[in-house]
Structures are given as structure tokens and as C-alpha cells.
Write a protein that binds this ligand. Structure first.
Ligand SMILES: *Cc1c(COP(=O)(O)O)cnc(C)c1O
Length: 344
């Protein structure tokens, strides 16, 4: 893990695109008991460092935990902005309900984010060099021996500068037919920590074969496209932009939602619906969205040994949508929707 002490002389150009941990100055912590929930809690900034946790902690034993992810962007005007952070707060509340955890109020969540960004301000990269990734965690931190909700909870936010782009500029996906990330009635639609390590093997195997990652299909029929391990998927054909509908298995990405709105505002026809593998293979363009990956074109998809390529160059749809999204996030395009929150 990289420990940087001098951000003034930090070479922002070497910020990697692969999300390496970098220790920043402060993290935010707020605790509560099961009874008090977070109603009476006040959190604090503390110097960034390791945390102590009971070996009996609910999160360690039973995976009672959620994460969130969003970024602070420094604009050419030197203002620092968050993008739709209330959506992250609400998503954490929904996930907390699913996992029997209390959760911070939207105000507590936003206040904690602002404090974390301000305290680590010097780690928000200059315009064009990247952004500061913020990782809120909510976990059952109290001891429990039997499987069940923990008696105490911890809300924590840490921050880490990250680079801008996917190294290759595009991604090539393998369609995974044997493993599913989500099942009907499961937790695919919340950012439960338990959703991620079960698909590491699929991703690692695909990467070993030269793919960027895998795409998952629905577990019921194996016919319909769902999403990637941490990104939503879109296809474009002519003027029509489509993405799989939120069916309870798919994570409702904030980037997904924003791209749907931006596309509709810009004269595209947008649809959220079932998308078959055949339709994916027949699209003009395909792209994936997420806070980390932003809007990244898919150069190819491989299904049952057949590789299909998509348009990634020239006047593409994904590029146009991505430029508008990033423009709003960084303040280069006027935010008429009230999506950005300036950090004073
Ligand atoms: C976080 C995540 C996304 C993207 O959500 P954003 O809010 O756009 O960052 C998509 N799919 C999965 C499975 C995720 O965990």
C-alpha cells in the first residue's frame, strides 16, 4: 500500500487506473448500537489508519456489510463537487434494510462525506488527472456468535485518489454461462459485500484468458443480459439505447440512471427492458457504466467461443453521453438538474 506524505510534490500523472490503495490523511467513523440506530450518533474524523474490530464481529463472521462508492471531482474552476451523493445515501439505506442494519440519515451521510472530502482536500487530483474516490462502509461491528444481526454498527468513509481512465480505453468481455452473481430473491440489487468475492473466480479466469472481465446472465434462464461484476451494461442500435431493466438482481447504478436521463434529454430513445444475448451480439455499440469505470466502450463480447466486435471509434453514442456526464460532474457543463454538490 502506497503511503504518500507530500501531496504538493505528488506526481499526479502516475496515479494508476487500477484502483490501488493510497492512504490519505483522514477517515470518518460513526458508531451506534442496534437499539439507538444512528439517531443519536455523532461521527468523527480520525487520522487514517487500521481499525480494531472484535473477532466476533458480524461483518467478519456473517458478511453483514455494505459498501458505497462515489467520487469528488475538482473542476477547472478549482471547485470540488460530488455527483448525486444523496442517491448513494438512499441506496445504502435500502441495502441496510435488506441486511437488518441501521443506517445513517441522508443528512448524516452527506455531512460525513463533506467532512471527509474537506479533510482530505489536498488529495483531490487537479482537473484532468483523476478524482478522489470515496468509499462509505456500513458494517455489523459488534460481537455475535450466532448468525444474526450484530449488536453494534460502524459507518466509515475513507478516501483515495484514483486515475481517470481504463488503461486500454475499452473493455472486452466474456459472457459467463456457469456462474451467476445474483439470483431471484437474493441481494443482487444492493451493494452487499457478499456479492463480490463469489465472482472473483469468474473474473480471474476470464482475465487469465485475456478478457477484461465477465458479463453475467440471469440465473433463471441464462438467456438475458444482467450486468458486469461492478458495472451496468448498455447497448445502442441506431437511435435506441437500451439497458436491462431493474429486475431485483441488477444493481441500480447512479451512472446508469444518469446516462438514461442524459440520453433521453439528448433525443435518444431509451428503454429499460429484457435484453437477450442475441440482441447484445447484434448491437452497433455496447458500453458499461459505473462510478469507477465512468462510461467505457465495450470493444468485443465473446459468447460460446464466438467473438463479436463493436464500434468504438468516431462519433459514437457512448462518447457523446460520456462527455456530457463528465462535463456536469466536473462543472465544465452547467448543472441544470441540481445533480452536483459543491464542497465549500
Ligand atoms: C456499484 C455497482 C454498479 C455501478 O453503480 P454506480 O452507482 O453507477 O457506481 C453497477 N453494478 C454493480 C454490481 C455495482 O456494485
Amino acid at each position: 500500500m502506497e503511503h504518500i506524505t507530500e501531496s504538493n510534490s505528488y506526481n499526479w500523472d502516475k496515479l494508476r487506473t487500477d484502483y490501488n490503495p493510497v492512504a490519505t490523511d483522514y477517515m470518518y467513523i460513526m458508531n451506534c448500537s442496534k437499539e439507538d440506530t444512528f439517531k443519536l450518533s455523532e461521527g468523527n474524523l480520525t487520522p487514517y489508519g487500521n481499525i480494531q474490530i472484535s473477532p466476533f464481529a458480524g461483518i467478519l463472521n456473517y458478511g453483514q456489510g455494505l459498501f458505497e462508492g462515489l467520487k469528488a471531482y475538482r473542476g477547472e474552476d478549482n471547485e470540488i463537487r460530488l455527483f448525486r451523493p444523496e442517491l448513494n445515501a438512499l441506496r445504502m439505506q435500502k441495502g441496510a434494510e435488506r441486511l437488518c442494519m441501521p443506517s445513517p440519515s441522508v443528512d448524516q451521510f452527506l455531512d460525513a462525506l463533506k467532512q471527509t472530502v474537506l479533510a482530505n482536500k489536498r488529495w483531490v487530483p487537479p482537473p484532468g488527472k483523476g478524482s478522489m474516490y470515496l468509499r462509505p462502509l456500513l458494517m455489523g461491528s459488534g460481537p455475535t456468535l450466532g448468525p444474526g444481526p450484530a449488536p453494534e454498527y460502524t459507518f466509515l468513509i475513507y478516501a483515495c485518489p484514483v486515475g481517470n481512465y481504463v488503461k486500454a480505453g475499452s473493455v472486452n468481455f466474456l459472457i459467463e454461462e456457469n456462474v451467476h452473481r445474483a439470483v431471484r430473491g437474493g441481494t443482487g440489487n444492493v451493494k452487499s459485500i457478499s456479492n463480490y468475492s463469489p465472482v472473483f473466480k469468474s473474473s480471474c479466469d476470464a482475465k487469465a484468458k485475456g478478457f477484461s472481465d465477465v458479463l453475467f446472465l440471469d440465473a433463471d434462464t441464462g438467456k438475458y443480459l444482467e450486468e458486469g461484476p461492478t458495472c451496468n451494461i448498455f447497448i445502442a442500435k441506431g437511435n435506441l439505447i437500451s439497458t436491462p431493466a431493474l429486475n431485483g438482481n441488477i444493481l441500480a447504478g447512479n451512472t446508469r440512471r444518469s446516462i438514461l436521463e442524459i440520453a433521453a434529454d439528448n433525443g435518444y430513445q431509451v428503454e429499460e427492458r429484457l435484453i437477450t444475448v442475441e440482441e447484445l451480439l447484434d448491437a452497433d455499440e455496447a458500453f458499461c457504466t459505473g462510478t469507477a469505470i465512468v462510461v467505457t466502450p465495450i470493444s468485443s463480447v465473446t459468447y460460446r467461443g464466438k467473438r463479436v466486435e463493436y464500434r468504438t471509434k468516431g462519433a459514437t453514442t457512448f462518447k457523446k453521453l460520456c462527455e456530457i456526464l463528465v462535463g456536469i460532474q466536473t462543472g465544465a457543463i452547467e448543472d441544470k438538474k441540481g445533480w452536483t454538490v459543491k464542497i465549500a
